[in-house]
Design a protein. Structure first.
Length: 471
């Protein structure tokens, strides 16, 4: 019965109505009846009885004449609107406003408080009347002469049947409120349950489609804040999965492209050697040099893939040690000066002698810096320049690699640090797996730093590496 969220949600709105409203209604009815209405009725009867007693106190002879007493009660009946009795000093009935009491005139009234009242006390209580066969509110007051002697008794009583009828109507009203509350609670619970169930059904359907590989649009954020957070997290997950799927496909395409060229060159060189090219010493040397270059290119691709493997599996670990940056940095970039010179590029290095000592993994950070300088040399045409500078600013060490190459389009600058990304125009990143800048970025971030890019199309690029200085 309660297996669905909708039923549980509706029931959660009905239970308070089913439990709380009846309890409150019964409690209120009981308190009104016992603590408010009946005490108020008894007090009112007692007050009326005392007023009637004062009337007969001023006319004591009426108590000796049944006809006059009956006439007085007849005149008082419209104003007091209760059952009134007049007794003599012995407790015998003299007159009554109820015609059914005519055969009881002259008889002694059977009442548990009669002797107390004849002794001068006042009685006000609720009891059961054998004669009326119902509960009544009863007030009995003595009538005294100027000598403080009891010469009669006034009794006013009110049948509680009317009160019970009023409370019965109140109970019907409570039942009506309960039924109405149940209806409203059920409708409200159903509305809220549908509002909560709809995004969950949407999430369930999207999860099934994701498992079968079907395409679907991002989920619309609706429902309570917690459900919206779940939907948002699911959208982010799907976006990430799509990004990874695109990266996987791009990786396979890049691998086929990058491995195909060197393997084809190696195969052609091997066939040439097998075909007799090894007999020509100069040709053999040329082929071997070319094969060595292609193998070096394959080794570079393997290093990139190894770094990517560490990043994906979360096994990238840094061997941090104190390294004087003013000595390490010149030695690290020196190996690239010959590469720039060989390509007929101007090489500039500006490294201050007062750089601080940092806790770094020199091999990993050297790899990141080497990727930046390698790209700068690769994509700067002959006659251009490549420069490396460093400094300290805002409690951080910065290293900037600048070139005068073609630059990077503004719409591509945010994506150059993504794995496998290569320019669609093919002008900036025509070769490689598209991992160099991604690996450099991740290595810098692993050191607690950041990598920034500033580039203008046709005017070159500036990659700035920032590392925090431990205070």
């Amino acid at each position: 019965m309660l297996r669905t969220l909708r039923r549980r949600f509706v029931l959660s709105h009905l239970l308070p109505v089913l439990v709380i409203v009846p309890l409150i209604g019964i409690t209120l009815a009981y308190l009104l009846e016992t603590q408010v209405l009946l005490p108020s009725l008894s007090n009112e009867l007692q007050g009326d009885a005392m007023l009637v007693a004062e009337i007969f106190q001023n006319e004591p002879e009426v108590l000796q004449n049944q006809e006059r007493a009956q006439a007085v009660l007849a005149r008082l009946a419209p104003s007091v609107k209760v059952r009134a009795m007049l007794l003599d000093s012995r407790g015998r009935l003299v007159a009554s406003s109820n015609p059914d009491d005519a055969n009881r005139l002259g008889q002694r009234l059977e009442h548990p408080d009669l002797e107390t009242v004849l002794a001068g006390e006042i009685s006000a209580r609720t009891n059961y009347s054998q004669h009326l066969q119902t509960e009544i509110a009863d007030a009995i007051v003595p009538v005294k002469n100027p000598d403080d002697q009891v010469i009669g008794v006034v009794r006013l009583s009110y049948p509680l049947t009317r009160v019970h009828e009023q409370f019965l109507r109140l109970r019907y009203l409570i039942a009506g409120v309960l039924v109405g509350g149940l209806g409203i609670g059920a409708a409200l619970g159903l509305l809220l349950a549908l509002n909560l169930e709809r995004p969950l059904r949407q999430l369930k359907l999207a999860t099934s489609q994701l498992g079968t590989g079907e395409h679907f649009d991002p989920l619309f954020l609706e429902g309570p804040e917690e459900v919206r957070s779940v939907l948002k997290a699911f959208n982010n997950l799907v976006t990430r999965l799509h990004t990874l799927e695109q990266a996987r496909r791009q990786l396979l395409a890049n691998l086929v492209h990058e491995l195909g060229r060197p393997l084809g060159a190696l195969r052609a060189a091997a066939e040439a050697l097998l075909g007799g090219a090894d007999e020509d010493t100069s040709l053999r040397q040329e082929l071997l040099v070319g094969m060595d270059a292609e193998l070096d290119r394959l080794e570079h691709l393997l290093r990139d893939l190894s770094s990517l493997h560490d990043e994906v599996l979360g096994t990238l670990e840094l061997d941090r040690r104190p390294v004087p940056m003013n000595a390490w940095l010149p030695n690290t970039i020196a190996v690239w000066r010959e590469a720039a010179t060989a390509k007929h590029l101007q090489w500039q290095a500006s490294i201050p002698p007062d750089l601080p000592t940092l806790e770094i993994d020199s091999d990993r950070l050297g790899q990141a810096l080497g990727n930046l300088i390698s790209n700068a040399i690769k994509y700067t045409p002959k006659g251009g320049s490549v420069s490396v500078s460093a400094g300290v600013e805002d409690n951080a060490l910065w290293v900037r690699v600048s070139d005068t190459g073609r630059g990077i389009d503004a719409n591509e600058q945010e994506r150059v640090f993504e794995p496998f990304y290569r320019s669609r125009s093919g002008r900036r990143f025509p070769q490689g797996l598209g991992l160099g800048l991604s690996i450099a970025h991740d290595l810098v971030v692993a050191h607690g730093g950041r990598l920034e890019l500033h580039s203008v199309r046709g005017k070159g690029s500036h990659f700035t590496l920032w590392l925090p200085i431990d205070s």
